[in-house]
Design a protein around this ligand. Structure first.
Ligand SMILES: Nc1ncnc2c1ncn2[C@@H]1O[C@H](COP(=O)(O)OP(=O)(O)O)[C@@H](O)[C@H]1O
Ligand SMILES: [Mg+2]
Length: 439
């Protein structure tokens, strides 16, 4: 009896599944728009993602062939199959094998194995075509392991409304989470890893906001902050209670920079006497306090109107370059922001730029500035920087020796900045070497 009933149960089973699936899918489709509005994550996992998986799977072969990523079979094999295949179509070209498509909060990723003769750059070039084909916001291709690339797609710009919380508490020395990376991870500026930074961008592109975020993160740490803001101190004076020194015009700036160079040279003597290579090699009690020098609007230091100013500009440039060359080992760090960093500002600027290893490029007014900031890096980084719109203030392309990334700073308002400076004013180190510059 049991044996007889088994086949009939087996026959009804698929129709049930079909019915339930139909009800579920139509329910989801009807409720889709509401679900998307109220529970975007659930919508993505239940509906958006399966549709995308279908699209990627369905178009994979054609896409690879269209992008020139398919490799034809050996000609001999094609001939043989033509002879013995009795009119069957010749074998299809080989396409790169892909792994499972995995969902992320705002997109998906997959691994792809390269075919012989392929390099990751072949896939990087095809990223825009993939984005069009899959109807997603953007596709990024990175090398995963030898022979494997990782393709990550995002459905919408993850930086449009970043959700990473701001850093609380002091954190690690000289490390500040200043914003969100495109991947959703925290954007951390680590001055011990990359000591000097260049921040460029047009007016109102987010330079000062990034500096605010950085200063807000450094304020609770045992570091000295020094400001140079030659636009009359409009931006950095907010932080005055927490600054060990602030220069608000070029005369003061030149003096302050000269004192900083002296301070650095003194530290060098200390290190040499103790026979250590940098201040981190000194015992903790004797270690001088790290100094972060922030320059808002570098052009104000360099642009000159008269002959007299030329000497000042030259002195400022030379001092900054010295600081950059010597500072990293001696605990002096530079963060320089400006609208332009071209050689039109003077010969010193190019030399200074070469010393600033970390680069942040916000929206720029002209392609030349992006090129100067991001240098001879990947051309994709330049394109990404030029694509930033005025609505996306705070969005930037970051570049250092290891590659590039898109990110957005935490919005730190002027009120936040003032409150933080007041809260941590008691931590402001006194640097006797810098005291007389404010007079
Ligand atoms: N990360 C950000 N998120 C949201 N809005 C931002 C962000 N950065 C900047 N903005 C907006 O852009 C405006 C101008 O930014 P600001 O930092 O003053 O630009 P800049 O110093 O380059 O002239 C800010 O007042 C703010 O409204
Ligand atoms: Mg500004």
């Amino acid at each position: 009896m049991t044996l007889a009933s088994t086949p009939s149960a087996g026959a009804t089973w698929p129709s049930w599944v079909l019915l339930v699936a139909t009800v579920l899918v139509s329910g989801l489709l009807i409720a889709g728009p509401a679900l998307r509005r109220h529970y975007p994550m659930a919508w993505w996992l239940l509906l958006g993602f399966p549709v995308v998986v279908f699209r990627v799977t369905y178009t994979w072969r054609a896409l690879m062939a269209g992008c020139g990523l398919a490799v034809s079979r050996r000609p001999a094999l094609t001939v043989v199959s033509g002879l013995v295949g009795n009119g069957a179509p010749p074998p299809q070209p080989r396409v790169p094998r892909r792994g499972l498509i995995r969902p992320t909060a705002g997109g998906f990723w997959l691994l792809v194995r390269l075919l012989p003769g392929q390099v990751p750059e072949d896939f990087v070039k095809s990223a825009p075509a993939m984005a069009e084909d899959w109807q997603v916001h953007a596709v990024r291709v990175t090398s995963w392991k030898p022979g494997l690339v990782r393709i990550a797609a995002s459905m919408a710009d993850p930086l449009a409304s970043p959700r990473v919380p701001k850093q609380r508490g002091p954190g690690y020395l000289l490390r500040v989470a200043v914003g969100t990376l495109e991947t959703g991870a925290a954007w951390v500026m680590d001055l011990r890893r990359i000591p000097h930074w260049l921040i460029v961008g047009a007016t109102r592109s987010g330079k000062s906001t990034l500096i605010n975020a950085l200063v807000a993160g450094l304020a609770p740490q045992p570091v000295a902050l020094v400001g140079i803001d030659c636009k009359g101190g409009m931006e950095l004076s907010l932080y005055e209670p927490r600054l060990s020194a602030l220069a608000t015009n070029r005369g003061q700036a030149v003096k302050l920079l000269a004192e900083l160079v002296d301070l650095t040279l003194d530290r060098m003597t200390v290190c040499r006497t103790a026979r250590v290579r940098n201040i981190w090699g000194l015992p903790e009690k004797e270690r001088p306090v790290p100094v972060v020098v922030i320059v808002d609007e570098i052009a104000e230091l360099f642009l000159i109107a008269s002959r007299n100013e030329k000497d000042e500009a030259h002195a400022a440039g030379t001092a900054l370059i010295r600081l950059a060359q010597l500072g990293a080992a001696l605990g002096v760090f530079l963060v320089v922001a400006g609208q332009r960093v071209g050689s039109d500002l003077g010969p010193g600027v190019t030399a200074l730029r070469a010393q600033l290893g970390g680069r942040v490029c916000h929206r720029v007014a002209d392609p030349g500035t992006a090129e100067m900031a991001l240098g001879d890096l990947n051309p994709d980084a330049l394109k990404a920087a030029q694509a930033i719109t005025p609505e996306q203030a705070g969005t930037a392309v970051l570049a250092s020796g290891d590659g590039w990334e898109r990110a957005r700073s935490h919005l730190t308002t002027e009120a936040d900045a003032e409150a933080i400076a007041a809260e941590y004013a008691h931590l402001t180190p006194v640097l006797p070497a810098l005291l007389d510059s404010e007079k």
